[in-house]
Design a protein around this ligand. Structure first.
Ligand SMILES: Nc1ncnc2c1ncn2[C@@H]1O[C@H](COP(=O)(O)OP(=O)(O)OP(=O)(O)O)[C@@H](O)[C@H]1O
Ligand SMILES: [Mg+2]
Length: 304
């Protein structure tokens, strides 16, 4: 069985994914909005970067899209509209668990920050890459093995490493395996939550390049989460800046990087390494904060 990419293309005139007024809160404290009225979209074949400091709600937003919020949390309103090639536009928040499971790994895939927590240490990487190919595409036997080999080669790992266990690979190789798993079924949307943070700078650059190439080759839309504006400058088409659960600014990469409007974006940009690669040790200026937030609170958010 082969996958016909043509049948998996979503409607071209609409965004691939559109979040509308998404809010998330703990079930026990419905008024405490961890994600507060977030709306943005991801275009077909383009990358939207969500950037913001630790605790700003980036991962929760991604998990909500995937229908993977933990039991203690709940979606507190909003829609997540996915432009599905076969079924038209569907609101992912209305899908039952079974339908969501079918979408995940097939049309929507996610790469997590730390590959060792997502890979099973007692199964070979080839087996783990093969799982979603069998589940979603029904591949077995020779077809399955050759697809696993071609996926490994696509991400720059020799095919014979299919027999290796995760702890026999380097950190960068494990992240490549995670990428191979995520793209196995040629998803139209790939969500990557800080996939390079645990890697050294050189490997990080290689992985970013690989993701960009695969995105172009497969015409995937990508939601890329990072706290690093250097990464944003490298790969984003559009940028969403989050602070304390809310979007404070969004726009094209050029708009946000070259002409930031919000003081928080300006403050974050001031921390980007300069041309010589030196981190400017300029503390983030929170003096613009007013109302409910104090500068001290914001400082705490930085260190959570
Ligand atoms: N299960 C939970 N129960 C209560 N609060 C939670 C839960 N999960 C996350 N939070 C809180 O929600 C806020 C947003 O968390 P989230 O993981 O989305 O942040 P993030 O922007 O991804 O941060 P980081 O850059 O550190 O990964 C944080 O203040 C976090 O403490
Ligand atoms: Mg996170």
């Amino acid at each position: 069985m082969t996958v016909d990419l043509q049948t998996k293309q979503p409607a071209q005139s609409l965004p691939l994914l559109q979040l509308e007024h998404v809010s998330i809160s703990p079930k026990k404290m419905p008024h405490r909005l961890l994600v507060n009225d977030v709306s943005f979209s991801i275009e077909i074949g383009k990358t939207t970067c969500v950037v913001g400091e630790s605790g700003s709600g980036k991962s929760l937003t991604a998990l909500a899209i995937m229908g993977l919020l933990s039991n203690q949390l709940t979606l507190n309103g909003g829609r997540v509209l996915f432009n599905d090639a076969e079924n038209g536009v569907i609101d992912l928040t209305k899908l039952d668990d079974e339908s969501l499971r079918k979408l995940r790994g097939d049309k929507i895939a996610m790469i997590f920050q730390e590959p060792m927590t997502s890979l099973n240490p007692v199964l070979t990487v080839g087996y783990q890459i093969g799982e979603s190919l069998t589940t979603h595409l029904g591949l077995r036997g020779e077809h399955l093995n050759s697809k696993i080999a071609s996926l490994l080669e696509m991400v720059g790992i020799p095919a014979e490493r299919a027999q290796s266990y995760p702890d026999e690979l380097s950190g960068g190789q494990r992240q490549r395996v995670m990428i191979a798993m995520s793209i196995a079924c040629e998803p139209s949307l790939l969500i990557a939550d800080e996939p390079t943070t645990a890697l050294d700078v050189t490997v990080q650059a290689q992985i970013l390049k690989l993701l960009s190439e695969l995105k172009t080759r497969m015409n995937m839309g990508m939601l890329f989460i990072t706290h690093d504006f250097g990464v944003v400058a490298d790969i984003a088409d559009n940028v969403v800046v989050m602070f304390r659960g809310q979007i404070v600014e969004s726009g094209t990469r050029e708009q946000v990087l070259c002409n930031p409007q919000h003081p928080y974006t300006k403050a974050l940009l001031a921390c980007v390494p300069d041309a010589e690669g030196e981190k400017r040790l300029k503390p983030i200026d929170y003096s613009w904060l007013t109302g409910d937030h104090t500068a001290a609170e914001a400082g705490e958010a930085m260190h959570e």
